[in-house]
Design a protein around this ligand. Structure first.
Ligand SMILES: [Zn+2]
Length: 261
Protein backbone atom coordinates (compact mmCIF):
# COMPACT_ATOMS: atom_id res chain seq x y z
CA UNK A 1 0.00 0.00 0.00
CA UNK A 2 2.83 2.38 0.92
CA UNK A 3 4.55 1.62 -2.37
CA UNK A 4 1.39 2.38 -4.36
CA UNK A 5 0.91 5.63 -2.45
CA UNK A 6 4.53 6.57 -3.17
CA UNK A 7 4.05 5.76 -6.86
CA UNK A 8 0.98 8.01 -7.14
CA UNK A 9 2.73 10.90 -5.38
CA UNK A 10 5.69 10.40 -7.72
CA UNK A 11 3.48 10.48 -10.83
CA UNK A 12 1.99 13.79 -9.67
CA UNK A 13 5.42 15.28 -8.92
CA UNK A 14 6.57 14.01 -12.34
CA UNK A 15 3.75 15.96 -13.94
CA UNK A 16 5.06 19.11 -12.23
CA UNK A 17 8.63 18.26 -13.31
CA UNK A 18 7.43 18.39 -16.92
CA UNK A 19 6.29 21.97 -16.31
CA UNK A 20 9.75 22.81 -14.92
CA UNK A 21 11.52 21.07 -17.80
CA UNK A 22 9.52 22.95 -20.45
CA UNK A 23 9.31 26.39 -18.84
CA UNK A 24 12.51 27.05 -16.86
CA UNK A 25 14.94 26.93 -19.84
CA UNK A 26 12.65 29.42 -21.65
CA UNK A 27 12.55 31.70 -18.63
CA UNK A 28 8.77 31.34 -18.24
CA UNK A 29 6.80 31.56 -15.00
CA UNK A 30 6.30 28.05 -13.60
CA UNK A 31 2.89 28.76 -12.01
CA UNK A 32 1.07 30.85 -14.67
CA UNK A 33 -0.52 30.46 -17.12
CA UNK A 34 -2.13 27.04 -16.64
CA UNK A 35 -0.87 24.17 -18.81
CA UNK A 36 -1.63 24.62 -22.47
CA UNK A 37 -0.85 22.94 -25.77
CA UNK A 38 2.38 24.46 -27.18
CA UNK A 39 0.95 24.21 -30.73
CA UNK A 40 -2.65 25.48 -30.55
CA UNK A 41 -2.43 27.26 -27.18
CA UNK A 42 -5.68 25.76 -25.86
CA UNK A 43 -5.70 25.43 -22.07
CA UNK A 44 -5.75 21.84 -20.87
CA UNK A 45 -8.67 20.56 -18.81
CA UNK A 46 -7.84 18.65 -15.65
CA UNK A 47 -8.63 15.32 -17.30
CA UNK A 48 -6.05 16.10 -20.00
CA UNK A 49 -3.51 16.45 -17.23
CA UNK A 50 -3.65 13.14 -15.37
CA UNK A 51 -0.12 11.74 -15.27
CA UNK A 52 0.49 8.83 -17.69
CA UNK A 53 -3.23 8.05 -18.05
CA UNK A 54 -4.11 11.11 -20.13
CA UNK A 55 -1.23 10.54 -22.51
CA UNK A 56 -2.35 6.95 -23.06
CA UNK A 57 -6.05 7.85 -23.43
CA UNK A 58 -5.32 10.74 -25.80
CA UNK A 59 -2.99 8.37 -27.69
CA UNK A 60 -0.18 10.90 -27.47
CA UNK A 61 -2.09 13.69 -29.24
CA UNK A 62 -3.42 17.09 -28.18
CA UNK A 63 -7.18 16.82 -27.46
CA UNK A 64 -7.85 19.95 -29.56
CA UNK A 65 -5.48 20.09 -32.52
CA UNK A 66 -4.27 16.45 -32.56
CA UNK A 67 -0.64 17.51 -32.78
CA UNK A 68 1.64 14.87 -31.26
CA UNK A 69 2.65 15.20 -27.59
CA UNK A 70 6.25 14.27 -26.89
CA UNK A 71 6.91 10.87 -25.35
CA UNK A 72 9.20 12.66 -22.90
CA UNK A 73 6.20 13.72 -20.76
CA UNK A 74 4.85 10.28 -19.85
CA UNK A 75 8.42 8.99 -19.51
CA UNK A 76 9.33 11.67 -16.97
CA UNK A 77 6.11 10.94 -15.06
CA UNK A 78 6.76 7.22 -15.03
CA UNK A 79 10.40 7.60 -13.97
CA UNK A 80 9.46 10.00 -11.17
CA UNK A 81 6.81 7.53 -10.03
CA UNK A 82 9.44 4.79 -9.96
CA UNK A 83 11.89 7.03 -8.07
CA UNK A 84 9.31 7.63 -5.32
CA UNK A 85 8.24 3.96 -5.23
CA UNK A 86 11.72 2.40 -5.10
CA UNK A 87 12.86 4.89 -2.46
CA UNK A 88 9.78 4.03 -0.40
CA UNK A 89 10.91 0.39 -0.54
CA UNK A 90 14.37 1.35 0.68
CA UNK A 91 13.56 4.05 3.23
CA UNK A 92 9.88 3.63 4.10
CA UNK A 93 7.58 6.67 3.99
CA UNK A 94 8.67 9.73 5.93
CA UNK A 95 10.64 12.95 5.71
CA UNK A 96 13.83 11.22 4.54
CA UNK A 97 11.95 9.42 1.78
CA UNK A 98 10.21 12.55 0.53
CA UNK A 99 13.25 14.86 0.51
CA UNK A 100 15.48 12.19 -1.07
CA UNK A 101 12.86 11.51 -3.75
CA UNK A 102 12.59 15.26 -4.43
CA UNK A 103 16.36 15.51 -4.90
CA UNK A 104 16.38 12.58 -7.35
CA UNK A 105 13.39 14.12 -9.16
CA UNK A 106 15.35 17.34 -9.58
CA UNK A 107 18.33 15.34 -10.89
CA UNK A 108 15.96 13.72 -13.40
CA UNK A 109 14.67 17.14 -14.53
CA UNK A 110 18.28 18.37 -14.84
CA UNK A 111 19.15 15.28 -16.89
CA UNK A 112 16.31 15.84 -19.37
CA UNK A 113 17.15 19.55 -19.69
CA UNK A 114 20.85 18.77 -20.19
CA UNK A 115 19.90 16.25 -22.85
CA UNK A 116 17.84 18.86 -24.72
CA UNK A 117 19.95 22.00 -24.24
CA UNK A 118 23.45 20.85 -23.18
CA UNK A 119 23.09 23.25 -20.27
CA UNK A 120 21.14 23.20 -17.03
CA UNK A 121 19.48 25.97 -15.03
CA UNK A 122 21.29 26.98 -11.82
CA UNK A 123 17.97 27.42 -10.00
CA UNK A 124 17.12 23.69 -10.12
CA UNK A 125 20.73 22.65 -9.61
CA UNK A 126 21.16 24.74 -6.44
CA UNK A 127 17.77 23.63 -5.12
CA UNK A 128 18.91 20.01 -5.33
CA UNK A 129 22.21 20.87 -3.62
CA UNK A 130 20.43 22.87 -0.90
CA UNK A 131 18.07 19.99 -0.12
CA UNK A 132 20.95 17.50 -0.07
CA UNK A 133 22.97 19.67 2.31
CA UNK A 134 20.08 20.44 4.66
CA UNK A 135 18.61 16.92 4.67
CA UNK A 136 19.58 16.22 8.34
CA UNK A 137 17.55 19.29 9.32
CA UNK A 138 14.42 17.82 7.72
CA UNK A 139 14.97 14.38 9.22
CA UNK A 140 16.30 15.18 12.70
CA UNK A 141 15.65 18.91 12.97
CA UNK A 142 12.12 18.58 14.20
CA UNK A 143 9.67 16.03 15.41
CA UNK A 144 7.09 15.64 12.63
CA UNK A 145 4.38 14.29 14.93
CA UNK A 146 4.58 17.01 17.59
CA UNK A 147 6.17 19.78 15.51
CA UNK A 148 8.84 20.35 18.18
CA UNK A 149 12.08 21.85 16.93
CA UNK A 150 15.09 19.87 18.11
CA UNK A 151 18.39 21.17 19.44
CA UNK A 152 21.04 21.87 16.81
CA UNK A 153 23.30 19.32 18.50
CA UNK A 154 20.92 16.54 17.36
CA UNK A 155 21.84 16.90 13.72
CA UNK A 156 24.99 19.04 13.84
CA UNK A 157 27.32 16.11 13.13
CA UNK A 158 25.33 14.93 10.07
CA UNK A 159 25.02 18.45 8.74
CA UNK A 160 28.74 19.19 8.99
CA UNK A 161 29.57 15.84 7.40
CA UNK A 162 27.44 16.71 4.38
CA UNK A 163 28.92 20.18 3.94
CA UNK A 164 32.42 18.70 4.14
CA UNK A 165 31.73 15.92 1.59
CA UNK A 166 30.05 18.40 -0.77
CA UNK A 167 32.99 20.82 -0.53
CA UNK A 168 35.55 18.06 -1.16
CA UNK A 169 33.66 16.85 -4.25
CA UNK A 170 33.21 20.37 -5.62
CA UNK A 171 36.92 21.08 -5.15
CA UNK A 172 37.87 17.74 -6.76
CA UNK A 173 35.68 18.39 -9.82
CA UNK A 174 36.95 21.95 -10.10
CA UNK A 175 40.54 20.70 -10.09
CA UNK A 176 39.74 17.88 -12.52
CA UNK A 177 38.04 20.31 -14.89
CA UNK A 178 41.06 22.60 -14.73
CA UNK A 179 43.49 19.78 -15.54
CA UNK A 180 41.37 18.29 -18.34
CA UNK A 181 40.97 21.75 -19.88
CA UNK A 182 44.75 22.13 -19.95
CA UNK A 183 45.14 18.79 -21.72
CA UNK A 184 42.35 18.84 -24.33
CA UNK A 185 42.03 22.65 -24.55
CA UNK A 186 38.26 22.42 -24.21
CA UNK A 187 35.80 22.90 -21.38
CA UNK A 188 35.11 19.37 -20.16
CA UNK A 189 33.49 19.90 -16.80
CA UNK A 190 31.25 22.90 -16.43
CA UNK A 191 30.05 24.76 -13.39
CA UNK A 192 26.86 22.66 -13.46
CA UNK A 193 28.87 19.42 -13.11
CA UNK A 194 30.70 20.88 -10.10
CA UNK A 195 27.40 21.69 -8.38
CA UNK A 196 26.07 18.21 -9.12
CA UNK A 197 29.28 16.64 -7.80
CA UNK A 198 28.71 18.59 -4.56
CA UNK A 199 25.13 17.31 -4.38
CA UNK A 200 26.41 13.76 -4.91
CA UNK A 201 28.98 14.21 -2.14
CA UNK A 202 26.34 15.45 0.28
CA UNK A 203 23.93 12.63 -0.55
CA UNK A 204 26.28 9.67 -0.66
CA UNK A 205 29.34 10.62 1.37
CA UNK A 206 32.66 8.79 1.00
CA UNK A 207 33.42 6.22 -0.34
CA UNK A 208 30.02 5.75 -2.04
CA UNK A 209 30.27 8.98 -4.04
CA UNK A 210 33.49 7.75 -5.68
CA UNK A 211 31.70 4.59 -6.80
CA UNK A 212 28.88 6.73 -8.20
CA UNK A 213 31.38 8.73 -10.28
CA UNK A 214 32.90 5.46 -11.46
CA UNK A 215 29.48 4.05 -12.46
CA UNK A 216 28.66 7.35 -14.23
CA UNK A 217 31.94 7.28 -16.18
CA UNK A 218 31.40 3.62 -17.16
CA UNK A 219 27.85 4.36 -18.35
CA UNK A 220 29.05 7.36 -20.36
CA UNK A 221 31.81 5.52 -22.25
CA UNK A 222 29.62 3.91 -24.93
CA UNK A 223 27.61 7.07 -25.76
CA UNK A 224 30.84 9.11 -25.79
CA UNK A 225 32.44 6.70 -28.28
CA UNK A 226 29.30 6.59 -30.45
CA UNK A 227 28.99 10.39 -30.42
CA UNK A 228 32.64 10.83 -31.47
CA UNK A 229 33.55 14.41 -30.83
CA UNK A 230 29.93 15.50 -30.54
CA UNK A 231 28.99 16.72 -27.10
CA UNK A 232 27.61 14.14 -24.72
CA UNK A 233 25.58 15.54 -21.82
CA UNK A 234 27.24 14.31 -18.62
CA UNK A 235 24.53 15.23 -16.10
CA UNK A 236 22.25 12.26 -16.95
CA UNK A 237 25.12 9.85 -16.27
CA UNK A 238 26.05 11.50 -12.98
CA UNK A 239 22.39 11.31 -11.96
CA UNK A 240 22.16 7.65 -13.02
CA UNK A 241 25.35 6.74 -11.15
CA UNK A 242 24.09 8.47 -8.01
CA UNK A 243 20.77 6.70 -8.28
CA UNK A 244 22.24 3.20 -8.73
CA UNK A 245 24.75 3.57 -5.90
CA UNK A 246 22.15 5.11 -3.57
CA UNK A 247 19.59 2.35 -4.13
CA UNK A 248 22.17 -0.45 -3.86
CA UNK A 249 24.34 1.29 -1.24
CA UNK A 250 24.43 -1.82 0.98
CA UNK A 251 25.86 -3.92 -1.85
CA UNK A 252 28.39 -1.27 -2.80
CA UNK A 253 29.55 -0.94 0.81
CA UNK A 254 29.92 -4.71 1.00
CA UNK A 255 32.11 -4.78 -2.12
CA UNK A 256 34.15 -1.93 -0.69
CA UNK A 257 34.57 -3.88 2.53
CA UNK A 258 35.72 -6.98 0.59
CA UNK A 259 38.26 -4.92 -1.36
CA UNK A 260 39.82 -3.53 1.79
CA UNK A 261 39.35 -6.44 4.16
ZN1 LIG B 1 -3.11 21.51 -29.44
Amino acid sequence: MDILFALVIGLAIGSFLNVLIVRIPKGENIAFPASHCPKCGNALKWWHNIPLLSWVLLQGECAYCKSPISRIYPMVELLTGLIFATLAMKLGLGAEWFVTALIFSLLLALSVIDFKYYAVPDSLNFTALGLALLMPLFIFGWDWTTGDVKEFSFYQQELLERFKDAAVMAAAFFALGFIVKRIIKKDALGEADIIIAATMGAMLGFPLVLMAIYVAALAAIVPAVVARGHMVPFVPFLALGTWIVYIFSDHFMKWWGMLYA
